[in-house]
Design a protein around this ligand. Sequence first.
Ligand SMILES: C[S@@+](CC[C@H](N)C(=O)[O-])C[C@H]1O[C@@H](n2cnc3c(N)ncnc32)[C@H](O)[C@@H]1O
Length: 240
Amino acid sequence: MALQKEDDCSVVLKSFRFEEKHESASLTISIPEVLDPQYGMYVWPCAVVLAQYVWTHRGHVRGKTVLELGAGVSLPGILAAKCGADVILSDSAELPHCLANCRRSCEANELHRVPVVGITWGQVSPELLHLPALDLILGSDVFYEPKDFENILVTVSFLLRRNPEAQFWTAYQERSADWSIEALLHKWNLRCVDVPLASFRADKQHLAGSTLPGSHTIQMMIIHLKDTEQVKELENATDG
Ligand SMILES: C[S@@+](CC[C@H](N)C(=O)[O-])C[C@H]1O[C@@H](n2cnc3c(N)ncnc32)[C@H](O)[C@@H]1O
């Protein structure tokens, strides 16, 4: 269904229905997509996988403070907010049309108190410094340009050092066998755990009543600080 024109591009409302058959629980999220070939204007295959992970862990997410990085149209963050999390959506401070997409997704789901902030990976800005304490960070398809990988992990590492018990939940699309973040994780004192898609029923081509993720190969990862105790000691040692 075409809704309105946005700078000469049609906006279309797409629905994603998350279900839990045994509990007869379900939740439908509406995402306005701009029919435009730019990044961040529509739901990427990773987003439905990460959203499915949030959905299957909604008991854990409820009441938590959650930041989504590179949110674009924000399916995982919107779902987390609908599951009872205090969510902050972010996208590049230099891409106002992507920040507008975050806001449009909030409006489509009647989420009127979700802050949308400009956070550019690798930059320490007032917006980054003023974030509240976080429990979770979400990132769907943020590892798509190798030149940005270190900037993303710099931001994640900065946030995890401030919130040592927090985790970064991220879904990643395999686009090249040569790409790896292993060395960067080591450099930034981070550890990654791979989550099998079958463990949260995401090993399917069609999720949440959509045609996504299709035939794309998606990985789900949880990234956290390598040694939380060690980081606390380091911070104590540098406090005075
Ligand atoms: C491939 S899209 C994924 C969008 C959305 N997370 C999804 O999965 O549907 C990548 C997103 O990262 C954002 N992005 C690109 N460069 C960025 C940067 N340097 N800092 C923050 N966000 C950035 C884009 O605006 C876009 O929303």
